[in-house]
Design a protein around this ligand. Structure first.
Ligand SMILES: Nc1ncnc2c1ncn2[C@@H]1O[C@H](COP(=O)(O)OP(=O)(O)O)[C@@H](O)[C@H]1O
Ligand SMILES: [Mg+2]
Length: 380
């Protein structure tokens, strides 16, 4: 066990790190953040923020020597960095887990190898092989760069063969990536996610399934409990647990799922860290995803993940700041609303600045009300 009072190092300085620290502080841990660009959202609430590039071995060494265990809030950390740090202090989740989850081709291969349901896919590493991959998959489909994509970045959806006629143009549009995955477009009836926390002894705790609404490929809202059958919830939970075991996760794994008309689930992608769709757990559950992550990597017993309230979480993107500071009073005047802001100075369109949760009784009514508050904020 890594006892309370010890120091946890976090790679990445965004909002996920910030909320991890806020949760871990109440358990008595100290936090050091390593983030190339500062000052950062997590650094503001950390004991120490180190701003250095990932190739700065001197600073990486200083960071590793100053902590008891290292975790991350961002999975796209270069493999050499994870290897370098792992030789000094435990890094959780470990290199192998990260290596698979940070690369869409390895992620898809992992799913296929383990006979887990995912969209049919092909790879390409040039405009020429892209043409072949598109022919094999057919339309509609989506091209995704294998590395460094998030919030729909590095993706092109293609509806027809005509749109895919000029592969040289598409390749250039994606900025000549070293590799892409071409996926069949899944006609799903909804998007869902399950987060599973796992400890080194393979004990697991799962969070209630979230129903997710995306706008422009970015998560807009999570609704919990998800409005699906108990059987769907059980099969999503089972998939998340199976993946957590197969990847030997220590920490959290978030599994994004598509629900098909016939009731089956298809895995979209996995993230080995706290996930935006789990933010509802801060106010909605007995233990949040962030606290559970800290408990998992320090080997403390898990807390209960019981849902205390029906909860709707809505993301607050930078777009809302276009006419200045949003009207927080207008939102907080409802006592069932909780606001979480990430302390990011500059509001840019699409940038995740915060979120709010609305707690309620009837989940449909709660969603309707939360959406009405959001609409009010966005039209002010
Ligand atoms: N094969 C697909 N079929 C249908 N929708 C998809 C597919 N791939 C991605 N999407 C849509 O795009 C969103 C973002 O894609 P995702 O692969 O999750 O990348 P990101 O890393 O940006 O979250 C998904 O949540 C979903 O709405
Ligand atoms: Mg995603």
């Amino acid at each position: 066990m890594i006892v309370p009072g010890s120091t946890i190092g976090i790679l990445g300085g965004g909002q996920l790190g910030r909320m991890l620290i806020l949760a871990g502080r109440s358990l008595g841990y100290r936090f050091h953040v390593f983030e190339p660009l500062g000052p950062c959202s997590a650094g503001m609430v950390a004991d120490l923020e180190i701003n250095a590039n990932y190739d700065d071995e001197e600073e990486l060494l200083r960071f590793a020597q100053s902590v008891d265990v290292i975790t991350l809030e961002f999975e796209n950390i270069p493999a050499e960095v994870i290897n370098f740090l792992s030789a000094i202090k435990p890094v959780l989740p470990c290199f192998e887990t990260l290596h698979i989850c940070q690369h869409r081709q390895r992620e898809k291969d992992f799913l296929k190898r383990n006979e887990l349901p995912c969209a049919p896919f092909e790879y390409a590493d040039s405009a020429v092989s892209l043409k072949l991959a598109l022919q094999a998959i057919g339309f509609p489909c989506v091209i995704k760069t294998a590395a460094f994509g998030y919030d729909g970045k590095g993706q092109i959806k293609l509806k027809t063969a005509e749109e895919a006629a000029d592969c040289d143009y598409l390749w250039g549009f994606l900025e000549n990536p070293s590799r892409v995955v071409v996926e069949k477009w899944i006609n799903h009836i909804g998007e869902f996610s399950v987060i599973c926390a796992r400890k080194a002894d393979a004990s697991k705790a799962t969070f209630p399934m979230a129903e997710n609404i995306h706008v422009n490929h970015i998560l807009h809202a999570s609704i919990v409990p998800a409005r699906v059958t108990e059987a769907t919830k059980a099969s999503g939970t089972e998939l998340a647990c199976k993946i957590a075991d197969l990847l030997d996760v220590v920490g959290l794994i978030a599994v994004e799922l598509f629900l098909l008309e016939d009731g089956s689930l298809v895995i979209n992608e996995m993230a080995p860290r706290p996930h935006n769709s789990g933010h509802y757990s801060i106010d909605g559950c007995e233990t949040s995803q962030f606290e559970q992550h800290v408990r998992a990597i320090t080997n403390l017993p898990f807390g209960s993940t019981k849902l205390l309230h029906n909860t709707v979480m809505i993301n607050l993107l930078g777009d809302l700041w276009k006419n200045g500071e949003p009207d927080w009073e207008g939102l907080l005047c409802d006592p069932r609303v909780k606001i979480h802001l990430y302390g990011k100075g500059q509001a840019r369109d699409g940038r995740k600045m915060g979120h709010f949760t609305m707690l309620g009784d009837d989940v449909d009514k709660t969603l309707e009300l939360a959406q009405a508050y959001f609409n009010k904020l966005s039209t002010q």
